[in-house]
Design a protein around this ligand. Structure first.
Ligand code: ADP
Ligand code: ADP
Ligand code: ZN
Ligand code: ZN
Length: 941
């Protein structure tokens, strides 16, 4: 075993044929400006090769694609071990994934509940205990003559005639009649009917002198006792009095119900044994919400009140609505809310009458009239939801709300598993407590369980407790295990995966992490770094791409890549300890570490325009009925520890409310009294780090719309005119000019069953996206495909004389994206790059000065050098009179705020309050604010 990874000739993306050695079993941090090549080296070279070699050793199914799976562009790598990547991208949107399932803690909990849980009858709430056969026989012996008894057969599913042998047995013992699920049968005559029964309860009667009971453990594996002959058999259907139930399995004697054995699988909501029968284990019902279908009830139908139908380009919906109007005489020009209830209901839920519908045939001008029922907008959407494509489903989901399942109330499980408790708490109740409370609960169990329970439960408890602790260590104590994985932020999801990896206890693994500090308050940073050390101490190599100063300073080894981004980066600039980086005169990172360069604290704060966004009684998620005035015309930063309620306030309330008020296509969000002051704003723009598109079809050129004037320019060339090519010919999104083999993607997607999709270059166009004819058209010697391959800087020089194009490219340049390629697929852009592309296209628009910009942790992925640029754009937007509301943990950005709103004090239930408000200087003086403590360094001394 070597103690280093040796890389020779790495050329992936912008890497400049670099060779280096990376020490193993250490915490290695990659630094450098955004776009310098850190991820290209860490993920696209080292991890990709590690994964490729791993797959090669793994499955034949995956192997058949290996030839097509791109090998990273590198000459040689030695010393590689199996690699695991932990980034923010791979969050699961599967509604069946919860924090509990992805951390595997839920698997241990199922085991725990199966082993030491106490079952109660879900019907009457009494504890249920199985009896041994001896106990049953014993008590039957003491019964008075004539008592009816029932033997509860445990549930065995899917087998026919499983009681046949029991009946044979009973017959031999002299019984004549039996009662099966309430029906009386003659053992001799009703043979055939009985043979088919799958009944759950079977009664026999003990007559006069009873006699001897014999325990038999083997009848059809289901019923363990049979009764011995009586002298005669009384008329059992006439017998009354209480029935007494015996069961060797779990059953409630009072309610006459028997239950499945306690096994881990009955606690799984992702399998039929455990899942609630109504919701299939999802815990929710999906419904179309009339308030989303008609978001603005002040609009008339002619004005587009029926929102989902107002956006369509086809005339179909108009035709349908006209027919309905003609039949029922509904006024389409008055506000929807002024229509009679009956008319509203007809529109939304339809009517039973068959009415004449005059509909234009698709793609023609002919009309056809038929008699049809109008089913109503909501059933229409529901129908399409159930049969249409993924696109339609996603479209219709916009009008759906989920409500807790009516049967399980969101607990996802059947009644019986929910009636199994440990210290009075069922598995779902456990999962809805916050992780720190769960930890306390488990710790408590060590003291309260009896010796027997401890013996079978201790190991499971140890596993659960350790895993909960890892989650607490990475700053997630406020989450709960029932939380759906899809609702987590990228940073939370990443730290969960980190904790899970620690829990798995692997060693000899190479971990590659992408900015694990995202979403974490400075206060919790130290514990995160300790967690990284723990991962290392378990015998793993840890490579972290990080901009956080504390992490950089704590690294065993630093590799600084640069000097700048894209083509101007891709070299190893410095390596070693912090001092090695600082001593290197070429390293921008070193200059910031030494303090030679720094982001300045602004001389003064903005006055604002005197208006406020006034939030009244916000109580969504953990917010504690807060009132808050947000000054407009300023840079306002929302701070607070992870889980304190920042996103809830900004995304769920302010953004949603603004969309409701300003765009009028959504109802008012839940969880807030009201928000006043929108008359002072005319636009809300959410600039997040989500991709600018989900497919290789979106790229910086299409997103910023610079591609439109470029296509027009190509259509104006002589060659294009001669051939009659219009701008559409130069689009890769429509038929005509594009390569049809890949539909203009330049790539082909290969779906891998268990792994993420793999894209390979289209071998018809060789990734150029266009067909040969289109590529024969050139402008200044370059094809449209060549243009997509240019960096922003190259393209800016190339199109210098065409202002329409050059101006848009200049803004991209100004936000520091000179190095990205115009046609670079949206799927390969980092979150920070996507965010800056969005900002650039905002700067292209005419400023109204009344826009509210929302930014969620814009510092992610940014080096000080990039942050400095970003801050300048933000300041420019604010200087134009706009309001910028930012969620941020990065102190360099927080300190340039005009106004800070600090939430807390902690995450989850213990947060959701306003701790401090004011200028950075004011907040730094507030002893109650964690953020204030860290801001002090900039304002004192
Ligand atoms: P960093 O991680 O340092 O921010 P990256 O390694 O992500 O930088 O990017 C280095 C350069 O490679 C950038 O110019 C980036 O735009 C480019 N790049 C990244 N991913 C791809 C890709 N899949 N295809 C082409 N270029 C890419
Ligand atoms: P922050 O942005 O400050 O990290 P959040 O607003 O994301 O905090 O979370 C505040 C609280 O609300 C936390 O307890 C979090 O677990 C909870 N929460 C956030 N989003 C959801 C959601 N979709 N479902 C349930 N709880 C949520
Ligand atoms: Zn349910
Ligand atoms: Zn192609």
């Amino acid at each position: 075993m070597t103690d280093k990874i040796t890389i020779k000739g790495a050329r992936e993306h912008n890497l400049k044929n670099i060779s280096l050695e990376i020490p193993k079993n250490e915490l290695v941090v990659f630094t450098g400006v955004s776009g310098s090549g850190k991820s290209s080296l860490a993920f696209d070279t080292i991890f990709a090769e590690g994964q490729r070699r791993y797959i090669e050793s793994l499955s034949t199914y995956a192997r058949q694609f290996l030839g097509q799976m791109d090998k990273p562009d590198v000459d040689y790598i030695d010393g590689l071990t199996p690699a695991v990547s932990i980034d923010q991208k791979s969050t699961s949107n599967n509604p069946r994934s919860t924090v509990g399932t992805v951390t595997e803690i839920y698997d241990y909990l199922r085991l725990l509940y199966a082993r030491i849980g106490t079952p109660y009858c879900p019907n009457c709430g009494k504890p249920i205990k199985p009896q041994t056969i001896d106990e049953i026989v014993d008590s039957i012996m003491r019964l008075p003559i004539g008592t009816k008894i029932q033997i509860l057969a445990p549930i065995v599913k899917g087998k026919k005639g499983e009681y046949q042998s029991l009946f044979d047995e009973l017959r031999q013992e002299g019984f004549v009649r039996v009662k099966v699920d309430g029906n009386v049968y003659n053992l001799d005559e009703d043979d055939i009917k009985l043979a088919k029964t799958k009944a759950h309860t079977i009664s026999v009667v003990i007559d006069r002198v009873v006699i001897k009971l014999e325990a038999r453990s083997r009848i059809a594996d289901s019923v363990q006792i049979a009764l011995k002959k009586a002298d005669g058999v009384t008329n059992i259907d006439k017998l009354d009095g209480e029935e007494i139930v015996y069961s060797e399995k779990l059953a409630c004697p009072d309610c006459n119900i028997s239950f499945e054995e306690l096994t881990p699988r009955i606690f799984s909501f992702n399998a039929p044994y455990g899942a609630c029968e109504r919701c299939g284990g999802l815990g929710v019902d999906f419904k179309i919400d009339p308030d989303l279908v008609v978001p603005d009830r002040k609009k008339s139908i002619n004005d587009g009140a029926i929102y989902p139908w107002s956006k369509s380009a086809t005339s179909y919906y108009d035709d349908v609505l006209k027919a309905v109007q003609a039949e029922y005489n509904i006024n389409y020009d008055i506000p929807f809310e002024d229509l009679s209830k009956k008319h509203q209901d007809i529109i939304l839920y339809g009517s039973q009458d068959r009415i004449p519908m005059r509909i234009r045939e698709f793609g023609s001008h002919r009309y056809r009239t038929t008699l049809q029922k109008f089913i109503g907008v909501i059933p229409f959407l529901m129908k399409h939801y159930n049969v249409e494509s993924e696109y339609w489903k996603a479209e219709i989901e916009k009008y759906m709300v989920t409500t807790p399942c009516e049967k399980c109330g969101g607990a996802r499980l059947k009644p019986f598993p929910l009636a199994v408790k440990i210290n009075g708490i069922n598995i779902h109740e456990f999962c809805t407590m916050s992780i720190d409370k769960e930890y306390d609960f488990i710790t408590e169990l060590y003291l309260t369980l009896n010796e027997f329970q401890m013996k079978i439960g201790k190991q499971i408890l140890d596993e659960i407790r350790a895993r909960l602790k890892f989650l607490i260590d990475v700053g997630l104590s406020y989450l709960d295990l029932a939380r759906m994985a899809g609702t987590l932020s990228g940073g939370e999801a990443q730290r969960i995966r980190l904790a899970t990896q620690i829990g798995s206890g692997l060693s000899g693994v190479l971990y590659v992490l992408d900015e694990p500090s995202i979403g974490l308050h400075q206060r919790d940073n130290e514990r995160l770094i300790k967690t990284l050390f723990k991962l290392r101490n378990m015998g793993n190599s840890v490579i972290v791409v990080e901009h956080d100063e504390e992490t950089i300073r704590n690294a065993d080894y630093i590799i600084d890549i640069g000097p700048k981004a894209g083509a101007y980066g891709g070299n190893i600039i410095a390596k070693g300890g912090v001092n090695n980086i600082i001593e290197n005169k070429e390293s921008i990172t070193g200059k910031y570490l030494s303090g030679e360069l720094k982001i300045p604290v602004p001389e003064k704060v903005r006055e604002g325009n005197g208006n406020y966004l006034q939030i009244r009684n916000a109580f969504r998620n953990n917010l504690k009925n807060i009132d808050l005035d947000i000054p407009l015309g300023k840079i306002v930063v929302l701070t607070g520890v992870s889980g304190s309620g920042k996103s809830t306030l900004m995304q769920d309330l302010i953004y949603e409310y603004a969309v409701h008020k300003l765009r009028k296509n959504k109802p008012k969000p839940q969880g807030v009294g009201e928000i006043l002051g929108f008359e002072n704003l005319d636009k809300i723009i959410d600039i997040d780090q989500s991709p600018i598109g989900r497919t290789p079809r979106s790229n910086p050129a299409t997103y910023t719309d610079v591609f439109t004037p470029i296509r027009e320019l190509y259509a104006k060339t002589n060659e294009a005119k001669m051939r009659g090519y219009k701008p559409g010919r130069f689009s890769f999104n429509v038929k005509g000019g594009r390569c049809e083999a890949c539909c203009g993607d330049g790539l082909l997607k290969i779906e891998m069953n268990f792994l993420s999709d793999v894209y390979v270059k289209c071998d018809v166009c060789k990734g150029k996206r266009y067909n040969n004819e289109t590529l024969e058209v050139k402008y200044k010697g370059k094809t449209i495909s060549d243009v997509l391959e240019m960096s922003v800087k190259e393209a800016y020089e190339f199109f210098q004389n065409i202002p329409q194009i050059a101006n848009k490219l200049k803004t991209l340049n100004d936000v520091g994206l000179d190095y990205i390629k115009l046609g670079q697929s949206a799927t390969t852009l980092s979150g920070g790059e996507a965010q800056r592309i969005k900002l650039a296209s905002e700067l292209n628009k005419r400023a109204t000065g009344k826009t509210l910009y929302l930014l969620d942790e814009p510092s992610v992925g940014l080096h000080w050098y990039d942050l400095d640029k970003l801050i300048k754009i933000i300041q420019q937007l604010a200087d134009n009179g706009n309001t910028i509301l930012i969620i941020e943990h990065n102190l360099d950005l927080i300190k340039v705020a005009d106004y800070i709103i600090d939430l807390g004090p902690e995450g989850g239930d213990n947060g959701g309050q306003i701790i401090a408000c004011g200028t950075p200087r004011e907040v730094s003086k507030n002893p109650n604010s964690y953020t204030g403590q860290y801001l002090k360094q900039y304002f004192e001394g």
